[in-house]
Structures are given as structure tokens and as C-alpha cells.
Write a protein that binds this ligand. Structure first.
Ligand SMILES: [Zn+2]
Length: 409
């Protein structure tokens, strides 16, 4: 047991900016990790001191690296839907089969497969445009055939989870007063979630502590919607691309990771919000579980919390009564948008700048996903929401989108 101490010196330059929005995909998992709750003491004056209490297990400073690009498949798949990971060396994408390729896509990128013709797979690219690729230039993972059942008795090892790190590329998301970019924080948290899902754990449910252990097996598959390209995973992509990945895999859950801006005001605790689908009870259940787990995971930290008056698990609908957010409106299966804390608030931005808090965020999402898939827990924190009439800064289709290319040689 040791005590860690971090000191954050904040330059107090006020002005919280609001960000923008969209994001893309990376394949499968890796391993490791054990975590635990950490507590914090934050005092905001000109300096913010954050004291981290005893932590029984090691919190990784960085999530594990993405998996290397795979070898290509040589056998023709029978499935017509799933995900294609560009193999080592890249792959030509075609607008029309046998015509001229329009781009050599970067190895490691992941695309949803929506159809097949002979040895050609039909994809949707990051810019939401249909494309074709030869199957022997990708590694193909067929989508699940059965509907994604969840609840008591479901084996976590059978589950397929898609984690969507919000924003990416020129779509930076919200920006904290000290300059922290939402797109970077979201990606780091999403990778930590992937790492947790990829290994076996035992959860101490009374405390929320996550330990190495055999109780919960690695999840069947976990995919990130932002895959490694030439600029890392700092990739811009459209909403349809992201939801189609989840749909083509027939995933059990699509979890979009974000951090918030523009709160109503000071709040008595973490102002975590999760948006669920208007009409999907499983999406709603997942949102309630996420709110529960985030509240207990974040409450051990101290911050000058802010929030909306109706923070919690909720819907946001347009005047026509349908889900306002494309991620929720366009996806077939259970999906949610998680707004963990307020990056626009300097005190919460300081927390988001620490590996301890990012890990606590990932831990909370992990626990919620385990409960969602393997229990009938209903969650809590549901709030009434009135129709949304404001303007949105997030979720717009990418405007400068292009498919990351494979360099020659
Ligand atoms: Zn966002």
C-alpha cells in the first residue's frame, strides 16, 4: 500500500470552449489490467492538488497498444456481414468491382462488411461511402447470426461489444479550459475499456474493485470504431460508419464514449449522463447501469462537480419524437452515448488528465457491461427529459473525411 500524490498546476485561463464531433474503428483486444477505486482530493485555487489514496493494484499509465495488422484470409467467407480488418500491406478499395481502385487503405483499419459478391466484400468506408475490397486483402470476422440475447444466464464469453471513442481527426470534440481534447481522452478511455474486456477479471461487487481473476471471462469480441491508421487512431469518420460496424457484427452493445460541456451549473456529485434509445428497453437498462457504476466510481474523487439539473440516464428526442443522436437513431441493437464528466469544467478536466480517473471511467463502463450482459439488473438514475430544442455541436457528419492510406513500400 502506498500513497500517490499528483499535483496539477492549472493555468487559470477560463473560457470553456465547446467542441465538435464524430469518430471511427480498431479491431480486437489485447490483455491485462487490474484496477481499483482511487480517491482524490482536489482543491481549486490557482493550484489543484490531487491526492490518490491506497491502490491495491496497478493502474496502467497507458492502455495497451493496438493489435498488429493481421494476415489476409485465403478462404472465401460464407457470411455476408461482419467486419474486415485491412491486412498487412494495405488493401485496394474500389467504388466499382474490377474498376480502378480509388485508395489503398491503411493496414489495420477496420470496416463494416455489408455484403459480398464472389470474392469481393462490400464495405462502408469512414466517409459513409460504399466500397469493395478483395477478401484476400483483409481478415474477415463474420457477424453473429443469432440475435444478441442478454440477461441472467448469458455467457460473457459469447458477447460482442463495440466501443466507440467519440470524435477524432478534425472533429476534436469539446476542449477543456487547460486545452485537453475530448477526442484524445475518449480514445484513451475506450482503449482501457477494451483492455478490461479482453482479460478475465473478478469484480468485488460491493466495492466495485476489479481484480485479476477467473470469475468473468474475456468478452467474446471487442471492437473499437477508431482503428490505427497513419496518424494513429486520430481518425475522422461518419456516424453511419460507426453504427454499421456494430450492426454488421450484430453486437450486444454499442457504447459511445464522450465527455461533456455546457452544464447547467454546480452539482452535488458527478453529473454523469447517459443517453439511451427512446424505444429500446435494453438500451435504457444499459444506460441505468452505466449511471449507477459511474456515480459510485467517480464519487470517490473530489472535484468541483458541475451538471445538468436532470443529470442521469435519459433520452434526447427531436420534435418528431425520434432519437436526436445519429448513433442511437441509426443503430439496430442496444446503444448508448456516455457523457462521463464535464471536460469543460477545469476541476473535472484535471481529473480527466490523470490515468487514475480514466481508469475509473473504464472500470465503471466495464462493470456496467458485465451486469448488462450477464444479469437482469435494471439500473437506476433515470430522469424525465423534455424534447430537445437547442442546437447540437456533436454528431455531425465529418466534412473533411478521407480513408487513411497505406504508404508505398
Ligand atoms: Zn463528445
Amino acid at each position: 500500500m502506498q500513497r500517490l500524490s499528483l499535483v496539477f498546476v492549472l493555468v487559470l485561463t477560463a473560457t470553456a470552449c465547446r467542441g465538435q464531433s464524430t469518430a471511427p474503428v480498431t479491431p480486437v483486444p489485447s490483455s491485462t489490467t487490474t484496477t481499483t477505486l482511487v480517491a482524490v482530493t482536489a482543491t481549486t485555487t490557482t493550484t489543484t492538488t490531487t491526492t490518490l489514496p491506497p491502490t491495491p493494484t496497478t493502474i496502467p499509465q497507458e492502455p495497451t497498444a493496438d493489435a498488429a495488422a493481421p494476415s489476409p484470409d485465403r478462404s472465401i467467407p460464407s457470411a455476408t456481414r461482419g467486419a474486415a480488418t485491412i491486412a498487412v500491406g494495405g488493401a485496394d478499395l474500389f467504388e466499382v468491382i474490377e474498376d480502378e481502385p480509388y485508395v489503398r487503405a491503411h493496414e489495420g483499419l477496420v470496416f463494416p462488411v455489408v455484403g459480398r459478391e464472389g470474392e469481393w466484400l462490400e464495405l462502408l468506408n469512414q466517409c459513409n461511402d460504399p466500397s469493395w475490397v478483395r477478401f484476400d486483402e483483409v481478415a474477415f470476422t463474420p457477424g453473429r447470426v443469432d440475435p444478441p440475447a442478454v440477461g441472467l444466464g448469458t455467457d460473457f464469453a459469447d458477447a460482442v461489444i463495440v466501443v466507440d471513442p467519440g470524435h477524432g481527426g478534425s472533429n476534436i470534440g469539446a476542449v477543456g479550459p487547460a486545452g485537453l481534447l475530448e477526442k484524445e481522452v475518449n480514445l484513451d478511455i475506450a482503449r482501457r475499456i477494451r483492455d478490461l474486456l479482453s482479460a478475465a477479471h473478478t469484480v468485488m461487487w460491493e466495492t466495485g474493485e476489479i481484480l485479476d481473476g477467473p470469475a468473468i471471462p474475456p468478452v467474446g469480441q471487442v471492437w473499437l470504431t477508431r482503428a490505427e491508421g497513419p496518424d494513429g487512431a486520430d481518425i475522422e469518420s461518419g456516424l453511419t460508419f460507426r453504427t454499421t460496424i456494430s450492426d454488421s457484427l450484430n453486437a450486444h452493445a454499442l457504447v459511445s464514449i464522450h465527455n461533456n460541456a455546457a452544464p447547467d451549473g454546480p452539482f452535488d456529485g458527478p453529473g454523469s449522463e447517459v443517453y439511451h434509445k427512446v424505444t429500446d428497453p435494453e438500451s435504457k437498462r444499459l444506460s441505468g447501469l452505466l449511471v449507477e457504476e459511474m456515480r459510485r466510481g467517480f464519487s470517490v474523487f473530489e472535484a468541483d462537480w458541475v451538471g445538468d439539473d436532470n443529470a442521469g440516464a435519459k433520452v434526447r428526442v427531436g420534435t418528431n419524437g425520434v432519437d436526436l443522436y445519429g448513433i442511437l437513431r441509426q443503430s439496430d441493437g442496444p446503444s448508448v452515448i456516455v457523457e462521463g464528466v464535464y471536460i469543460s469544467n477545469e476541476s473535472e478536466e484535471a481529473l480527466l488528465d490523470t490515468p487514475e480517473f480514466r481508469q475509473a471511467y473504464a472500470d465503471a463502463v466495464y462493470r456496467a457491461l458485465v451486469r448488462f450482459v450477464t444479469s437482469d439488473d435494471s439500473g437506476s438514475g433515470f430522469v424525465e427529459t423534455e424534447p430537445f430544442t437547442g442546437s447540437l455541436s456533436s454528431g455531425r457528419p465529418a466534412r473533411t473525411c478521407s480513408v487513411p492510406t497505406q504508404p508505398d513500400g
